[in-house]
Design a protein around this ligand. Structure first.
Ligand SMILES: CC(C)(COP(=O)(O)OP(=O)(O)OC[C@H]1O[C@@H](n2cnc3c(N)ncnc32)[C@H](O)[C@@H]1OP(=O)(O)O)[C@@H](O)C(=O)NCCC(=O)NCCS
Length: 151
């Protein structure tokens, strides 16, 4: 059987530049400021249980990542977590990296006592809807409401 050419490990502060670069490859713009805040909140903060993961090739190249964290609710740490973003290098897709990231993220969350993981997806984004559905995410009962702020 073919050996998995990548491993999954916890994200660390040093991954920042390559995470921004990978995201840039997908969304075609730099979201460094967004990731600076997310790293502060999810990777560097001592208040947050480390949960974000990266997929790394044998040669050390980063090929994907998933970021998320455990929600702190009104009554303290809750049993719910969010998956905020997942990205796999466009050149490395359809090899099971996305699924491995989700599986390990879910296992890790389960080991921390999390009972539910939620994520927000644009319902017209068929690629992401398909990916999350294939990975056993289902529509929740909560609906996002919005209003345009004009008179
Ligand atoms: C969605 C995304 C994470 C999926 O990553 P991925 O690594 O390609 O995911 P997987 O390889 O696990 O699964 C994709 C497909 O490959 C298939 N696959 C998995 N391993 C395979 C293998 N060894 N050989 C062939 N196909 C395989 C899966 O079954 C799946 O097929 P399906 O689409 O028919 O269900 C990736 O496409 C991505 O990063 N998209 C952009 C996300 C984005 O916009 N993020 C920024 C905002 S959140």
């Amino acid at each position: 059987m073919e050996k998995n050419p990548f491993k999954i490990r916890l994200m660390k502060s040093d991954d920042f530049d390559i995470v921004v670069k990978l995201d840039n490859k997908v969304v075609n713009k730099s979201r460094a400021e967004y990731y600076r805040l997310k790293f502060e909140e999810l990777v560097q903060s001592s208040d947050c249980v480390p949960a974000s993961l990266v997929a790394e090739q044998d040669d050390g190249q980063l090929v994907g990542f998933v970021m998320g964290g455990i929600l702190v609710g009104e009554y303290g740490i809750s049993h719910e977590a969010t998956l905020e973003t997942i990205v796999v290098d466009p050149n490395q897709r359809n090899k099971g990296i996305g699924q491995r990231l989700i599986d390990e993220f879910v296992d890790h969350m389960r080991s921390l006592g999390v009972q539910k993981i939620s994520t927000l997806v644009d319902s017209t984004d068929t690629e992401m809807m398909h990916f999350f559905t294939s990975n056993r995410f289902t529509p929740s009962k909560t609906v996002n409401l919005e209003r345009v702020p004009r008179n």
